[in-house]
Design a protein around this ligand. Structure first.
Ligand code: 2GW
Ligand code: MN
Length: 296
């Protein structure tokens, strides 16, 4: 069995040779027409990637918002992240909240820190969700640029249930929405009103990206969040709000600023959709919530 050899420190690292004539996955798209990888189980080797990113001493910021009753999700979110998110790497959790005293004390592994960011809450839930763009943008410039190399920005009503590691990192990445990975363009729930800054015509669009998982270098996340926030503010002046809020503006951004990597549905799943054959791992899944109780 022929092997490639690379060095991890001074230690020889051995692993199976990539097989040019035997691709690991043929059941799913693994690269876009603009040559961005789509990350699926079987397509990468964590040992190689970990060696590479550890050598660079990469620092990762994970941003999450817990406004009003959504603070209930923080404990499980952080505890499962300790088990599965970027284990062995330097990680800062950035929890934006209007209720800092609700954030529990959680013991973290070495090299990991929790930063609580006290922010005001907005009255409308749509605004709570959309204003994340502005708040991530502002701190990207003021703080994240000094503390981390990459940002990963996610919903809080989620839990990690399998590894999410450095294979996700790239200049700017988005995630396939679990409800639309098999859909055609016309079925994507893009904003369809030409008056909105989030408008996407019926004959355009690559994928339907989820609002709940994106990231990249701090610089690229700054550009993305700045674009989305500006587009939202422009729409607000014209009394229009995109159909799926921040998610609609994010989809507009990715249409004309192609992501350099795309995460598959393994990285954002909802168990109420069952488990399709092609889904080999469920790494980050929605926590079932009582919409009435949690949102009012
Ligand atoms: C309250 C009432 C209704 C909806 C949201 C909220 C709410 C959201 C809240 O009271 N407090 C709060 O912190 N949030 C934050 O916004 C929290 O981080 C949450 O994960 C995020 C998005 O809201 P969520 O998770 O309830 O909405 P989903 O799961 O339907 O999210 C998708 O659609 C959203 C836009 O409608 C976003 O694009 C989101 O990224 C998507 O995953
Ligand atoms: Mn959510």
């Amino acid at each position: 069995n022929p092997k490639y050899v690379i060095y991890c420190g001074t230690k020889r690292m051995l692993y199976p040779k990539p097989e040019t004539l035997n691709p690991p996955r043929t059941d799913v798209l693994t690269i876009t027409p603009w040559f961005a990888p789509i990350v699926w189980n079987g397509m990468y080797n964590s040992d190689i990637l970990n060696a590479h990113f550890l050598q660079r001493g990469v620092r990762i910021g994970l941003t999450v918002f817990a406004i009003k009753k959504y603070t209930v999700f923080v404990k499980t979110f952080i505890e499962t992240a300790e088990k599965f998110f970027m284990v062995g790497h330097r990680v800062n959790y950035y929890v934006y909240t209007d209720r800092p005293s609700d954030i529990p004390n959680i013991t973290l592994a070495e090299g990991r820190r929790l930063v609580i960011l006290n922010v005001p809450s907005y009255q409308r839930w749509q605004e709570v969700s959309m204003r994340r763009m502005e708040m991530i943008r502002d701190l990207s410039h003021q703080r994240f640029n000094k503390e981390v190399d990459y940002l990963v920005c996610v919903d809080v009503d989620m839990q990690f249930s399998d590894e999410v590691g450095v294979e996700i990192l790239s200049d700017v990445f988005g995630t396939l929405h679990p409800g639309f990975y098999g859909s055609d363009r016309q079925s994507f729930t893009y904003e369809r009103r030409p008056e909105s800054q989030a408008f996407i015509p019926a004959d355009e669009g690559d994928f339907y990206y989820a609002g709940g998982f994106f990231g990249g270098t701090v610089e690229e996340v700054y550009k993305l969040t700045d674009f989305c926030h500006y587009a939202m503010m422009t729409d607000k002046e014209h009394n229009i709000e995109a159909i799926w809020h921040d998610e609609s503006y994010l989809n507009k951004y990715f249409l004309y600023h192609k992501p350099t990597k795309i995460l598959s549905i393994e990285y954002l799943w909802d168990n109420s959709f069952g488990v399709p054959d092609l889904l080999k791992r469920r790494r980050f899944v929605a926590v079932p919530k009582n919409h009435e109780a949690i949102r009012n």
